[in-house]
Design a protein around this ligand. Structure first.
Ligand SMILES: O=C1N(Cc2ccc(-c3nnn[nH]3)cc2)c2ccc(Br)cc2C12CCN(S(=O)(=O)c1cccs1)CC2
Length: 233
């Protein structure tokens, strides 16, 4: 059994990322609304849009606090945020939602989102992803670092200094791998399973782009921030 040890620097990096991840949350009243009253599809959709807008704001703040991010080329910072926005939002949504939801309430989520006019063909992959994240029982350090790794993916469109991003992501992958060995000693392939979720996320983000155009509401409106980051309208 390999002797795994997290260095002082790696612990500092992990702490900075976890603090940033926990510091920014979306307003609880918004998330709670989704779980309480019964709404019309239009109202459901508006709620999801309101929440997604808060989520993007929270993710921008989180990203700015990832050590090394703000010293990247400014245009690369934008390219990374735009390239990872959907994936990071779905990853964080799945993580936060499963934590927030008392068990057995996911059908409320399913019903609310199904009632928002989301195309059927997107529901299944989204819920499969949601369940597959829940089954991993990630500790919060793993959740925060995996989200940072998603954002610091070097092969996003328009990233110029590929290497600089790769170096940042590399240092986080090293920490995450050690964390997985320490937190899940019995599951030898736990780290590989975590990274496998990132592949599932990319598929989801392709669905998402199509979904936005085919949303089953003729007058669906997104907020200016979502239009900007999702390249819609
Ligand atoms: O809204 C979602 N939810 C509910 C949700 C998400 C986060 C929090 C929360 N609470 N505190 N912090 N975060 C609460 C409820 C959720 C849960 C799991 C998965 Br997988 C995914 C989702 C989406 C993400 C956005 N989309 S979306 O398609 O991008 C779209 C935008 C506009 C209209 S449709 C819908 C599904």
């Amino acid at each position: 059994r390999e002797k795994v040890e997290i260095t002082k620097e790696q612990r500092a990096l992990m702490k900075a990322i976890v603090d940033a991840y926990n510091r920014h949350q979306i307003p609880q009243d918004v998330a709670k609304k989704l779980l309480q009253e019964q709404y019309s599809p239009e109202e459901n959709f508006l709620l999801l849009t309101e929440m997604a807008t808060s989520q993007v704001q929270v993710l921008v703040e989180f990203t700015k606090n990832i050590p090394g991010f703000v010293s990247l080329d400014r245009e690369d910072q934008i390219a990374l945020l735009k390239g990872s926005a959907v994936e990071a939002m779905f990853l964080r949504s799945a993580q936060v939602f499963s934590r927030k939801m008392p068990s057995g309430h996911t059908d409320v989520l399913e019903e609310r989102i199904r009632k928002s006019g989301m195309p059927e063909e997107f529901m299944t992959p989204m819920f499969n992803f949601y369940k597959s994240i829940g089954e991993l029982h990630m500790v919060q350090e793993e959740q925060a670092i995996l989200t940072a790794i998603t954002i610091l993916t070097p092969d996003r469109p328009y990233v110029k200094d590929h290497q600089a991003v790769e170096r940042l992501q590399e240092s986080m992958l090293v920490v995450l791998r050690k964390l997985c060995v320490l937190q899940h000693p019995q599951e030898l392939q736990y780290f590989a399973r975590l990274l496998g979720r990132l592949t599932e996320l990319r598929t989801l983000s392709h669905y998402h782009a199509e979904m936005l155009t085919s949303w089953r509401m003729n007058d669906h409106k997104f907020t200016p921030l979502l239009c900007e980051i999702w390249d819609v309208q």
